[in-house]
Design a protein around this ligand. Structure first.
Ligand SMILES: Nc1ncnc2c1ncn2[C@@H]1O[C@H](COP(=O)(O)OP(=O)(O)OP(=O)(O)O)[C@@H](O)[C@H]1O
Length: 287
C-alpha cells in the first residue's frame, strides 16, 4: 500500500514537475548617466509560476518599474539573470507584453478594434482576418464588444484601460506585465478595474506580473506578493495572499495583513513578527 504523501512533499514534487515560468535570479539593475550610476535594485530573486498573479510591491523609487522593464527585456541586468521557461531573456519579445498606466498611448486615429489588432499585425503573429477575429474575441472578454468601431477619445479612462488589457491579452503572451495600470484612474473606477481583472483571470488564467505601490491593491490583485525595500530595492519578504479579494476589503484580517506588510516594508518588524491578528500562510522574510 502506498504511504500518503505529506503536504510539503507534494508541493516539492509538483515544483520539480513544473519548473517556474519566470525566474529572476539575483538581479541587480542600474542606470548610468554621464554624472552617476543609480542602482535601482540589488540582487533581487523571485520565481513566477504559470497562472500566478505575482505582485511587486514597494515604496516609490524601489525599482519596481525597472524590474518590470528588465523582465520585458528593455534593460539588461548588471548582475544575475532573468529566464523565461528556462531561456535567458535578452531583449523584448511578443511572449512578454507590458500594459502601462498611460492609456493615451492608444493611437487616436485607430478604432478600438484596430488598436487591438495592431500588435498582432505588426508582429506578423496573425493575418488580418484572424487578427480581427482575435481582437473581437478579447474585446468581448473585457466587455467592449459593442465599442469595436469607436475611437479612443470617445472612451472613459476605465474603457481605455480595458482596451489596453484586451490588446495585451490578444497577443496571448506567456506573461502579462502591468505597471501601475490603474493608478491614474479615480478610486471607484480603479476598484472596478481590479474586479474585472480578477474576473478575466478566472476565465483566461493568464500569468500576471503586476507592479503597485498600494498595499491594498497588492492584497486584492495578487496571489503572491514580493515586498521590496526602499531604494535600491532588495527583497524584504514574499507573502502568499490568495485568500483575499475585493470582498475582503475592510475585514479585520485584511487590515491586519495590510498593517503587517506596512511594517515589513518600512522595516519596523519587531511587531510584524508577532501580530496575533495576522497569520500569513506562507511567508519568507529576507534580510
Ligand atoms: N531613466 C532613468 N535614469 C536614471 N535613473 C532612473 C531612471 N529611471 C529610474 N531611475 C531611478 O531608478 C530608481 C528606481 O526607479 P523605478 O521607477 O524603477 O522605481 P519604482 O519603484 O517603480 O517607483 P514608482 O513607484 O515611483 O514608480 C529610482 O531611484 C529612480 O530615480
Amino acid at each position: 500500500m502506498n504511504t500518503p504523501l505529506q503536504g510539503h512533499t507534494v508541493s516539492k514534487l509538483s515544483s520539480v514537475a513544473t519548473p517556474p515560468l519566470l525566474q529572476v535570479d539575483n538581479v541587480s539593475l542600474e542606470y548610468r548617466t554621464a554624472q552617476r550610476v543609480v542602482r535601482a535594485t540589488h540582487q533581487v530573486s523571485f520565481e513566477v509560476d504559470k497562472a500566478d498573479r505575482f505582485v511587486l510591491l514597494g515604496p516609490s523609487g524601489c525599482g519596481k518599474s525597472t524590474l518590470l522593464k528588465a523582465v520585458a527585456g528593455f534593460i539588461e541586468p548588471q548582475e544575475g539573470q532573468i529566464r523565461l521557461q528556462g531561456q535567458a531573456v535578452h531583449g523584448p519579445g511578443p511572449d512578454r507584453i507590458v500594459v502601462f498606466q498611460e492609456f493615451d498611448q492608444l493611437p487616436p486615429w485607430k478604432t478600438v478594434k484596430q488598436n487591438v489588432m495592431f500588435p498582432l499585425l505588426a508582429s506578423a503573429t496573425l493575418k488580418r482576418k484572424e487578427a480581427e477575429a482575435r481582437a473581437l474575441h478579447y474585446l468581448d472578454k473585457v466587455g467592449l464588444g459593442g465599442f469595436a468601431d469607436a475611437y479612443p477619445h470617445t472612451l472613459s479612462g476605465g474603457m481605455k484601460a480595458r482596451v489596453a488589457i484586451a490588446r495585451a491579452l490578444a497577443m496571448q503572451p506567456k506573461i502579462l506585465l502591468m505597471d501601475e495600470p490603474f493608478a491614474a484612474l479615480d478610486a471607484l473606477t480603479r476598484r472596478k478595474m481590479q474586479e474585472e481583472l480578477l474576473l478575466l483571470w478566472e476565465e483566461v488564467r493568464f500569468t500576471l506580473l503586476f507592479v503597485t505601490h498600494s498595499i491594498e491593491e497588492a492584497l486584492v490583485v495578487g496571489n503572491r506578493i514580493l515586498l521590496l525595500s526602499p531604494h535600491p530595492g532588495r527583497v524584504r519578504a514574499e507573502i502568499h495572499s490568495h485568500q483575499y479579494d475585493l470582498q475582503s476589503l475592510g475585514a479585520s484580517d485584511f487590515q491586519a495583513s495590510a498593517r503587517r506588510i506596512h511594517r515589513l516594508l518600512f522595516n519596523d518588524d519587531a511587531h510584524a513578527e508577532h501580530d496575533p491578528a495576522v497569520d500569513f500562510a506562507d511567508i519568507r522574510i529576507a534580510y
